[in-house]
Design a protein around this ligand. Structure first.
Ligand code: TNX
Length: 688
C-alpha cells in the first residue's frame, strides 16, 4: 500500500481501522509515520494519524501580536488533562476549554488543579506572563511543544482569550458537536498576544425583528470565540420594545408585538424578554467575558414606547401621558416600514421621565457591566429642535449616572448643547472620513472629552449588502445599502483604520470598534449570521491586532488576512454557523474521516469522509477513492446546496467497493476543486 506524499496546507490524512463483521476488532494501533493516536474499542475502531510534516502553520484570526512557528507538534491524546493554577475564575476557564474540546475529540479531558505534566494542557494565571502593553489584562502567552501546551495570563480573561487561540491551533473539526476522526495535533508555536483596543463590540438589534435569548446566546458564543468583549443589545426602536419593565406592562403587551414589515403586526408577532431572561443573557455574556450594554434608544427611534404609553391613562404612575409624544404625528401612529426620524419623546413631559427612569433603573440594576446606552441618534430638527434634543440628553445622563452606569450613545450625543459629563462614550457611525461633512460628531465628541467607539457604517454595519446593484445583491432579500452603495464585503470591513479614520479622532480617544447588526431586513438569526459572518472577523482583527497597512485589496495585510479567514470557513461550518461564502475569500477544502459501512462480506460503502468546501457546489468538487488494493473509483459528493441566504452544508464523500481478498488496506479519499489545494484523508480498512 502506498502512503500519499507530504501534503500542501489543509492536506490531512487520518487513518481509520475498520473491523469487518467477521473479525473481532480490538484496538488497532496504526504505525503510519510511526505515529498513531487514539483508538476505540467499538467495531469500527479508529486510529488517526497525520502527515509526516506535522500539522500546518496555524491560521489564526485575529492575528496574534507575535507568533513563532516551530517544527514539531503536540498531539492531544485521550489521556490529556487540563491542569489549572489560579483560582476559581481560572478553573472556570479550564472547564470552558474542556467543554470546547470534549465533543469533537471524545476525550475525557479531566480538569485538575496544579501544574500539568507531559501531554497536558496547562493554564496558569499570573505566572511569568510575558505580555507587553496590556492595560486591561486581556493578554496571554501560549507555548506549544511536543510535550504539551502551556497558557499563561495575567487574568482569567487573558486565559479565556488564550483558549480561543488553542481552539484555532487544533483542526477545524474541533468545533464539531460529535466525535470526529482527525489527528488532534497542534503545531509547535510560541505566541504572545494582547489587544490593540479595550472595546471590541458587536451590536444586535432585536427591536426591528425579535430574537429569542437562545439565538442571541449563539451569537455571543461565536463573537467571544473571536475575542470580542462587548455585546451591545439594541432593545427598543420604532417597531418594537423587547424587555419587560415593571409598572409598565403595556410596553411589552403593546410595544413588544410587531416587527418591521408586519403591516399591522400580522406577519411577524414580535416578542419580548422577561427580566429573568434578560438577566440570564447578561450572565451568559459575562461567562463569555463579554460586557453586555443595553440600549433603549432616545429621544428618537421610540415609536413603540410612545404607542404603548400614550393611552396608558389608568397607570397610577402616569399623569396624562399623551404629553410624551413629540413625534411628527399627533396622535402617534404605528409605522412598520424602515422609515426613521419621525418619532420623539418630549423632553419637558414629566411622564417621559417617569417612564425613562423606570427603564433606566431596572435595566441598570439587571446589568452587571458598567455601561448604559441612551441611543441619541437621528432626531431631525423638524421633530425636536437641537436645544430640545440636548435638553433631553442632559436630563437623561444624570439618571443613567445615578443608576451607577457610564453614559454611552451614538456620536450624535456630542452635538451642540449637550453636557453629559465624563466619562461618556460616543459611538461614531457616520460613513464620513477625514474631514468630510459628517465627521463633526467625531470631532465634537473628542472636544467634549468623550471616548470614541468607531463604527463607521460603511466599514462596520453588518446589515449592509455585501454587493451593490440589482444583479449583485447577495442575497436579494437581506440588507440595506445606504452606507454601502458599492457594496460592503470583507475587503471593506478590513481596509480601514479606527485610529486615523476621522481627522482629529486618534487612538488617544478611540477605545475600540463595533459591528452593528441592524434588524430591519433580517428576520431570523440564521439570516443575521449570514450577514455577520465572515465580515465580523475582519472587525475582530481590526479591534484586536496591531495596526497594519490595511489599505487595499492588494495590500499584504489584506492578502494575509483572507488567507487566514479562509481557514475559518470549515470552523464556522463545523460549528453550525451560517455565513456568506464570499468569493473574496479563497475558501479551501478540508476533510475528515466519516463512518463507512462494512460488509456484507468483503465490501465497504456509504459515507467515507466529510468535506468542508464553503462556496462550492457539489458539482464543483471531484472526489477520488484509492481503495488501497491498486484500484480506484470516483467518489460521490452529496450534501445541502447553498441557498440565497444559507451557506452550503458539509458534504459527504461516498463510495462502494468489494475487495478481492481479506486483508488490511490503506484507502485514501482525495478531493480536488479548481483554484485550491487538494485535500486527502486516509483510513485503514480491515476486511475478511
Ligand atoms: C442607521 S446609524 C441607524 C439605524 C438603522 C441603520 C440601518 C444609527 C445609529 N441608526 O436606526 O437601523 O442605520 O443601517
Amino acid at each position: 500500500m502506498s502512503i500519499p506524499s507530504a501534503p500542501a496546507r489543509r492536506f490531512r490524512r487520518a487513518a481509520i481501522a475498520v473491523g469487518a463483521v467477521l473479525v473481532a476488532v480490538a484496538l488497532f494501533a496504526v504505525g503510519l509515520n510511526g505515529r498513531a493516536e487514539g483508538a476505540t474499542t467499538s467495531s469500527t475502531s479508529v486510529a488517526a494519524s497525520a502527515p509526516a510534516g506535522g500539522p500546518p502553520v496555524p491560521q489564526i484570526v485575529p492575528k496574534p501580536v507575535s507568533m513563532q512557528v516551530g517544527t514539531g507538534w503536540f498531539t492531544l491524546g485521550a489521556q490529556a488533562r487540563i491542569a489549572v493554577s489560579g483560582g476559581a475564575q481560572a478553573m472556570a476557564v479550564a472547564h470552558d476549554l474542556a467543554g470546547y474540546l470534549r465533543p469533537a475529540t471524545g476525550f475525557p479531558l479531566p480538569v485538575v488543579a496544579g501544574r500539568g505534566g507531559a501531554g497536558d494542557i496547562s493554564l496558569a494565571v499570573g505566572a511569568n506572563h510575558a505580555v507587553g502593553s496590556d492595560p486591561d489584562g486581556e493578554g496571554y502567552s501560549l507555548g506549544v511543544t511536543s510535550q504539551g501546551v502551556r497558557l499563561t495570563a495575567g487574568s482569567a480573561h487573558g486565559l479565556y482569550n488564550g483558549i480561543q487561540t488553542i481552539r484555532q491551533l487544533l483542526p477545524a473539526w474541533i468545533n464539531s458537536s460529535s466525535v470526529v476522526s482527525v489527528p488532534w495535533e497542534m503545531r509547535a508555536v510560541q505566541i504572545v498576544d494582547y489587544p490593540r483596543y479595550t472595546y471590541r463590540g458587536v451590536m444586535l438589534d432585536i427591536a426591528r425583528h425579535y430574537e429569542p435569548p437562545a439565538a442571541v446566546e449563539q451569537l455571543i458564543a461565536q463573537a467571544a470565540s473571536y475575542k470580542f468583549n462587548v455585546f451591545h443589545l439594541h432593545l427598543s426602536d420604532d417597531q418594537g420594545f423587547r424587555i419587560a419593565i415593571k409598572g409598565f406592562p403595556r410596553l411589552t403587551r403593546i410595544g413588544g408585538q410587531g416587527s418591521v414589515g408586519t403591516d399591522g403586526r400580522t406577519m411577524d408577532p414580535g416578542g419580548f424578554w422577561t427580566q429573568a431572561q434578560y438577566r440570564q443573557v447578561v450572565a451568559d455574556a459575562k461567562a463569555h467575558f463579554m460586557t453586555l450594554i443595553p440600549e433603549v434608544d432616545s429621544p428618537g427611534h421610540n415609536n413603540a414606547i410612545i404607542m404603548s404609553e400614550y393611552n396608558d391613562l389608568s397607570n397610577p404612575l402616569l399623569n396624562g401621558p399623551q404629553d410624551i409624544n413629540c413625534s411628527a404625528n399627533h396622535p402617534p401612529v404605528w409605522n412598520y416600514t424602515e422609515a426613521v426620524g419621525y418619532s420623539a419623546l418630549c423632553p419637558d413631559s414629566q411622564n417621559t421621565w417617569t417612564i425613562m427612569t423606570a427603564i433606566i433603573d431596572q435595566l441598570s440594576a439587571m446589568t452587571s457591566g458598567p455601561y448604559y446606552d441612551m441611543g441619541g441618534d437621528e432626531v431631525p430638527s423638524t421633530i425636536l429642535s437641537q436645544s430640545q434634543y440636548a435638553d433631553f440628553l442632559n436630563k437623561e445622563a444624570p439618571i443613567v449616572r445615578a443608576a451607577g452606569k457610564t453614559v454611552m450613545g451614538w456620536a450624535d450625543i456630542a452635538g451642540a448643547g449637550t453636557s453629559l459629563g465624563t466619562p461618556t462614550i460616543a459611538e461614531y457611525w457616520n460613513p464620513a472620513s477625514g474631514s468630510q461633512s459628517g465627521t463633526e460628531t467625531g470631532t465634537e465628541a473628542v472636544a467634549k472629552g468623550m471616548q470614541i467607539v468607531m463604527a463607521p457604517a460603511n466599514h462596520t454595519y453588518l446589515d449592509q449588502k455585501y454587493l451593490a446593484g440589482s444583479a449583485g445583491n447577495v442575497p436579494s432579500t437581506l440588507g440595506l445599502s445606504w452606507a454601502c452603495n458599492t457594496g460592503c464585503d470583507v475587503d471593506q470591513f478590513y481596509n480601514w483604520d479606527p485610529g486615523s479614520y476621522v481627522n482629529g479622532v486618534s487612538d488617544s480617544s478611540v477605545i475600540g470598534v463595533e459591528g452593528a447588526m441592524w434588524g430591519e431586513t433580517v428576520p431570523t438569526i440564521s439570516d443575521a449570521e449570514y450577514m455577520v459572518f465572515p465580515r465580523l472577523l475582519a472587525l475582530s482583527e481590526i479591534g484586536w491586532s496591531p495596526a497594519a497597512q490595511r489599505t487595499s485589496e492588494q495590500s499584504p495585510a489584506y492578502q494575509d488576512f483572507i488567507g487566514r479567514l479562509a481557514e475559518q470557513g470549515a470552523r464556522l461550518q463545523t460549528a453550525g454557523v451560517n455565513f456568506y461564502p464570499t468569493p473574496e475569500v479563497p475558501w479551501g477544502l478540508d476533510l475528515s474521516v466519516a463512518q463507512p459501512t462494512l460488509g456484507p462480506g468483503l465490501t465497504i460503502g456509504g459515507t467515507l469522509a466529510t468535506l468542508s468546501a464553503p462556496g462550492r457546489a457539489t458539482s464543483a468538487v471531484n472526489a477520488t477513492i484509492q481503495w488501497g488494493d491498486g484500484t480506484s473509483s470516483t467518489g460521490t459528493v452529496t450534501g445541502a446546496a447553498a441557498t440565497g441566504t444559507t451557506v452550503n452544508g458539509l458534504y459527504s464523500i461516498g463510495g462502494d467497493h468489494r475487495y478481492g481478498q481479506a486483508g488490511v488496506y490503506l484507502a485514501t479519499v482525495t478531493t480536488t476543486a479548481s483554484g485550491t489545494a487538494p485535500a486527502s484523508v486516509s483510513f485503514f480498512v480491515r476486511v475478511g
